[in-house]
Design a protein. Structure first.
Length: 385
């Protein structure tokens, strides 16, 4: 077939087939398909506009409800839910800030917001703004889930910001018996990703394993195997290893883990509504293990109990009495929000959760008196009551 003949055939293929007599195709008329499509698009746009207008109306109405009753927790929850339905980041931020002025935000509320911020943050300035949000979140409640998302920010950040994040996470969240190992895993992965596997970096990696393996953590046997393999593979470059000291600390941590895990398993088995049982179990856990735990481990247990029993003022009082007996070290590194807080910080957190508790107000006055605060501070507390 000649080139000219091939061209004729292709042109014929491109022509539409004739419609039966008395009928016309949509393509020939150029009307039916186009008009149907246009009308559907217009209908979808109208539906979208109507839905958006309805959400805006609901948002404004919810703000009015909050103005009328600033102490109704559910009003803030509904406002934030509407903002998320609007998929408007400015509204999400606004509603979360309004919520945070009245109440501490739960880890679940923080996570929903923070995941969006981590996903869209790219520039160093944006990531530092997100870093500040994470520190606020961890200041509300001790939450490994928030800490794990914070670790994702570290992986995205430059080395300087990442180091400050790990300085905040490892000392406190690395102590969580059942979830701390995930924080160390993320730390090691970020260290290797940012620094490579040269001799200096491998020695730093070995130190991270050694830091982890002296802490009682679930599944620590897996990290122990990984550490041994690292030492065997890179024994030519690893220095300052002390196998005897390391193994002694590892065995001590593992023995302590055996004592702690029954309490962890019992906590995990409790139903969400078992508030009193959970508070009592934390008390038993702390009482039975405190003689073998370091101060930081004990404080983390108190923090966990306050997160899991945040509306029980007696749990906060227990924590305050512990801090009164074992006050925070003023020389303690301020990198970790958990250990940097003062006793007054903790009682203020307690009152944000339990503003109805007279006992907590009394504790706050006692703290102010011990710290030799002025009469004006005491009178202000009495006015708040």
């Amino acid at each position: 077939m000649s080139d000219s003949e091939m061209k004729v055939v292709e042109e014929e293929k491109d022509e539409p087939m004739d419609a039966p007599e008395g009928e016309q195709t949509d393509a020939q008329t150029g009307e039916t398909g186009s008009s149907d499509s246009d009308s559907m698009d217009e209908s979808d746009e109208e539906d979208d506009d109507d839905g958006e207008a309805l959400l805006i109306k609901q948002y404004v109405e919810q703000l009015a409800k909050i103005d009328e009753d600033k102490f109704n927790y559910d009003n803030y929850v509904q406002l934030l839910e509407i903002a998320h339905k609007m998929t408007d980041l400015d509204k999400i931020r606004q509603s979360a800030e309004i919520f945070a002025e009245a109440y501490p935000l739960s880890p679940e509320i923080w996570l929903r917001w923070l995941k969006i911020e981590v996903a869209i943050g790219n520039s160093p300035d944006e990531l530092r703004q997100v870093d500040r949000l994470f520190r606020r979140a961890l200041g509300d409640y001790f939450s490994v889930e928030v800490a794990q998302e914070y670790a994702n920010l570290a992986a995205k950040a430059d080395a300087e910001l990442a180091d400050t994040i790990w300085d905040a996470l490892i000392p406190a969240y690395g102590l969580h018996v059942t979830k701390g190992r995930t924080i160390f895993e993320a730390y090691r992965e970020d260290h290797l990703a940012k620094n490579g596997d040269g001799p200096e970096q491998l020695n730093r990696l070995a130190r991270i394993y050694e830091q982890e393996l002296k802490i009682p953590l679930r599944n620590m046997e897996d990290s122990h195997i990984e550490y041994k393999l690292l030492c065997e593979k890179h024994k030519a470059v690893l220095v300052d290893l002390n196998p005897e000291k390391f193994e002694r600390r590892y065995r001590q941590a593992k023995d302590l883990l055996q004592k702690m895990m029954p309490y962890e398993n019992r906590l995990a088995a409790l139903e969400p509504h078992c508030h009193q049982e959970r508070a009592d179990l934390y008390r038993e856990y702390i009482r039975e293990c405190r003689s073998q735990l370091e101060d930081d481990d004990l404080q983390v247990l108190y923090e966990r109990s306050c997160t899991d029993c945040c509306l029980d003022p007696t749990v906060w009082v227990d924590y305050l009495k512990y801090l009164d007996k074992y006050p925070p070290d003023p020389d303690e590194s301020e990198a970790s929000p958990v250990f940097a807080q003062s006793v007054l910080d903790v009682v203020n957190r307690a009152l944000r959760n339990c503003p109805w508790s007279a006992e907590l107000y009394v504790e706050k006055m006692r703290i102010c008196e011990r710290e030799k605060r002025g009469k004006a501070d005491i009178l202000k507390i009495m006015e708040e009551v």
